[in-house]
Design a protein around this ligand. Structure first.
Ligand code: HEC
Length: 205
């Protein structure tokens, strides 16, 4: 098992060194007091396990989304998201034997709405980001489970579907969003904002 973790760890270093932003997000220095206290009592490998789950799920979603965007454009990608995002996330959860959620305070799909605990984490990550603190995962123990939270931060790509309508989101894409998600709140974002949080629960080893 140790060996597996080190392989995962090395893989992640390789992955993250290709992206400046991610590298910054992963810095281990934790300034937020709450975060520090939570993590100091917990085996640091849980951070790695959670991050691994979040990033493999993210890359599954990203690969499928970007593939469809490139081949067929934003409207088709939207329709893909509508059908596939939650089922892809769930299948990654089955794969990892965990509960994996991608939730937000301003949802597109109301099924992705953050609960009160998750909302607090979103607020905390927003504060950390605006104070330019290094962002690290929040890991907590609840009986025999590990609760893991990590922010989902926007980049320029996201704005095609989460930016400002008729500016970054073109008219056709926006009308598709409105058709598929009449109660959409997930617009008006700019780059480097907290769009939501990965909320992952898995069994303590
Ligand atoms: C092609 C359009 C498109 C792009 C590009 C896109 N999204 Fe989304 N996003 C969607 C759709 C559609 C949903 C709703 C998915 C569903 O039904 O579960 C969604 C949902 C989400 C959710 C779940 C919460 C919610 O509001 O339902 C998060 C978090 C999210 N997107 C973040 C991002 C981030 C971060 C990026 C950029 C890295 C991004 N999205 C890029 C279309 C897009």
């Amino acid at each position: 098992m140790k060996r597996l973790y080190s392989i995962v760890f090395v893989l992640m270093i390789v992955l993250f060194s290709s992206c400046k932003n991610d590298k910054k997000e992963l810095s281990p220095s934790l300034k937020e007091k709450e975060n520090k206290e939570a993590i100091s009592k917990i085996d640091p490998s849980y951070q790695q396990i959670g991050l691994d789950m979040a990033f493999t799920t993210k890359s599954q979603l990203g690969k499928n989304l970007m593939g469809t965007m490139k081949e067929k454009g934003a409207v088709a990608a939207l329709e893909f998201c509508d059908i596939k995002a939650i089922s892809l996330t769930d299948s990654m959860a089955t794969f990892h034997k965990a509960r994996i959620k991608r939730v937000s305070d301003k949802t597109r799909n109301p099924n992705n709405k953050a609960n009160n605990t998750e909302l607090k984490k979103i607020e905390l990550f927003k504060r950390m980001l605006s104070n330019k603190e290094d962002i690290a995962p929040i890991v907590e123990i609840n009986n025999d489970s590990i609760l893991f939270y990590y922010p989902i931060i926007t980049n320029v790509m996201c704005l095609k579907c989460h930016g400002t309508p008729n500016k970054e989101i073109d008219t056709k894409t926006f009308s598709t969003i409105k058709r598929l998600y009449p109660n959409d709140m997930a617009v008006g974002y700019s780059e480097n904002q907290v769009r939501g949080v990965w909320s992952i629960q898995f069994k303590k080893e």
